[in-house]
Ligand binder design. Structure first.
Ligand code: 13P
Length: 249
């Protein structure tokens, strides 16, 4: 039985003070939860405040990205060691907004994934097709390519902690959610790609999250699908009550 993960991606929302306020309201709402692994990924400048505010709560904190070099003249970037030093345990890699707005490629996703695993961060690798690709019948091909390239030159042994998030880009922030059946189909495909690249054992235990307009109203239905091992939540994770409702779906 794979343990479910509910992760929040705050994107570019909230200052450190607002992050503290969020956790002040959110933590009492989820205290004593046992079912899920809960992760919150705030903007970099909020990480220290978020780690401090969640001490002892069982809520993990992650970065939204990292750079694969150890250090150097890379203006604006953040290394794995920096994320670890501030208390992060997880990191999102290859989010579609990074791919679309900041020129992230399948190859940089691979470099970042290898770097995160090497450093001991738990990577949440995002894959997903855009609307034009789905409409052109290219979803399978896109997901296969994204997985194949992301997992390139990695072994199942090294990738044991890997988490994948299937985020169909047409469902992100649009209010359109993939049906559980459609998500399950994509998840099964991702799992079969993981089996090919990383071995059947890893694939059987791989947590694949669904992301794209997850809300308190649809979380239970999505999560009831055996192929869906949790959620990566954007908009609805910004409000303590709605994110708590998703955690406790
Ligand atoms: P929304 O939940 O706002 O659709 O965002 C999903 C997402 O991109 C999470 O990474």
């Amino acid at each position: 039985m794979r343990k479910k993960v509910v992760a929040a991606n705050w994107k570019m929302y909230k200052t450190p003070a607002q992050a503290r306020e969020f956790f002040r309201d959110f933590l009492p709402l989820v205290s004593g939860h046992t079912r899920d692994e809960v992760v919150v990924c705030p903007p970099f400048v909020d990480l220290a405040a978020a780690v401090d505010a969640t001490q002892g709560s069982g809520v993990a904190i992650g970065g939204q990205d990292l750079y694969w070099k150890a250090e150097g003249a890379f203006t604006g970037e953040t290394s794995a060691a920096m994320l670890l030093a501030v208390g992060c345990t997880h990191v999102i890699i290859g989010h579609s907004e990074r791919r679309q707005c900041f020129a992230e490629t399948d190859d940089t996703v691979n470099l970042k994934l290898k770097c995160a695993l090497e450093a001991g961060l738990i990577p949440i690798v995002c894959v997903g097709e855009v609307l034009e690709e789905r409409e052109a019948g290219l979803t399978e091909e896109v997901l296969r390519r994204q997985c194949l390239r992301a997992f390139h030159a990695l072994s199942g042994k090294k990738a044991g902690t890997l988490i994948v998030a299937y985020e169909p880009v047409w469902a992100i922030g649009t209010g359109k959610t993939a049906t559980p059946e459609l998500a399950a189909e994509a998840h099964a495909l991702i799992r079969s790609e993981a089996a090919k690249s990383l071995g059947q054992d890893l694939a059987d235990n791989l947590r694949i999250l669904y992301g794209g307009s997850v809300k308190p109203e649809n979380a239970a239905t999505l999560m009831a699908e055996p192929e869906i091992d949790g959620a990566l939540v954007g908009g609805a994770s910004l409000d303590p009550k709605s994110f708590a409702a998703i955690v406790k779906y």
